[in-house]
Design a protein around this ligand. Sequence first.
Ligand SMILES: O=C(O)CCC(=O)C(=O)O
Length: 359
Amino acid sequence: MFTQMHATVTSPSNLSGVRVVAQRNGTSGKTKAVRPMRVKPSTRDTKVQAQAQANAGPAVAPAHLRTTMTPVPPEVLTDGGMSLADNPGMALGFGDLTEHDFLRVNTDVPNLKVLHIDPPVVTIDGFLTDEQCDALIKSAVESGLMKTSEVGGADNVNIRTSKTCTLDSELLTGHPTKQAILEATEKVLPQLQGLNKLKTAFKRPTSQSPFSYELPQVAHYMGGEYFKTHEDAFPENISQKKGYQRRVTVLVYLNDVKTGGATRFEKLDLDVQPVKGKALIFFPGTDASMPDQRTLHTACEAIDEKWISQLWVCGFAGKHAPAGKPPGPGDRAARRAQEKEMKKAAKKARGPKGGGRKA
Ligand SMILES: O=C(O)CCC(=O)C(=O)O
């Protein structure tokens, strides 16, 4: 398996930036560290290498430009996904891959299964307990705030027929299940550790505080309801305007759904059936703040009733924006720093007060 991931995901031609530190040892199945051999190249070798690099163009295509897919084998998927617990080499490779364009996934989290390698899609059974799921559904119903779901930037004409509420009402703001979702998310994505405790946790990301959460939501689908095929990331022009991009989706199923209501990733040919307490995690936006269109997905028409909770982790768009792009308007701190620098430079150019240096 690791050999396959090594060959397809980390081969120099398509992903040489991913650190590969272990590889399968022949047929024994054990992993061993790989030490690069130091061999002094001849001048001719160096020239040939430089020419090959020049011909090859950039070695690693960023995720939003990759059209390749690296699935897990179908028989592993039928088994519920790929467990990394017994394969440290593969766990490291997958961790490196997620860090390369997205946020590093902590593969030590119990019950984590990989459903798709690139783009990465994972599930975690028991992310929430049954009690936490029930409590969130009850509070959402009692809040009286469930209303027809909105669709960002588009008229909701038959795109999304579910009902939604945002967890910011009196009843839901400090809800223990909301807290549990944030804390569990930060265990899976260690770069976010402690974010839920910061004052900025639900504010726009900035260069000083590059990650934050959108307020989590609860959505409810009755039989016949759906959310048509869409991407969670903002289009590039919108993320530039906002100054941030949706980088991670954490979707938690709050009840068991036997028929209908799967989350379907069309481009990955992957269906995920809701199981109470299971989290589905994927990366709609890359660290260059670009949508990864491979994560396009659909909430298939429900037959049985379905409840979910969604959380989006947003990343500052200015810092990671491709070189040459100014900070987005969301990054006030960076703009202020830029203005200060410009004023300082202008002052320096004018010279000292009183007409400059005395002879
Ligand atoms: O309900 C689902 O399975 C998916 C929901 C979804 O895609 C969304 O809320 O963005």
